[in-house]
Design a protein around this ligand. Structure first.
Ligand code: AMP
Length: 112
């Protein structure tokens, strides 16, 4: 399903410009527009799902998405030295309500 008002659906569809770094049939990885580390990617499913809880409710697990995340880490050369975050709900800081993992890496990675 696609939500035409969703910025990440627009990026996946190619109607909103972005720097896509990896993609497959189900997932897309692109650079965050306001990076918080030298490598800051967003990894999203092509289908519009609002957050991780909804994804797991619908798919039963996040295994396939995390396998893609791992491959992105390999492709970007950050395997073994990245941070992965997903915000679920506005109280946790979620601003874009299309499931996304933040993949952060680099010598400038802020403390957590
Ligand atoms: P969150 O607070 O987890 O919902 O994170 C949303 C992220 O999306 C933020 O880090 C934003 O910088 C990023 N973002 C918003 N719009 C765009 C865009 N058009 N292209 C790339 N990243 C975006």
């Amino acid at each position: 399903m696609i939500d035409e008002s969703c910025v990440f659906c627009q990026i996946v569809a190619g109607t909103l410009p972005s720097e896509i770094v990896c993609r497959d049939e189900h997932f897309v990885a692109f650079r965050d527009i306001a990076p918080k580390a030298s490598t800051h990617l967003l990894i999203v499913p092509r289908s519009h799902v609002c957050d991780l809880d909804q994804w797991v409710d619908e798919k039963g697990s996040s295994d396939s998405m995390l396998a893609f995340v791992r491959q992105v880490g390999r492709d970007l050369g950050v395997s073994g030295r990245y941070r992965l975050i997903t915000n679920v709900g506005s109280a946790a800081g979620q601003v874009v309500f299309h499931l996304h993992w933040h993949m952060l890496a680099g010598d400038d990675l802020p403390g957590f």
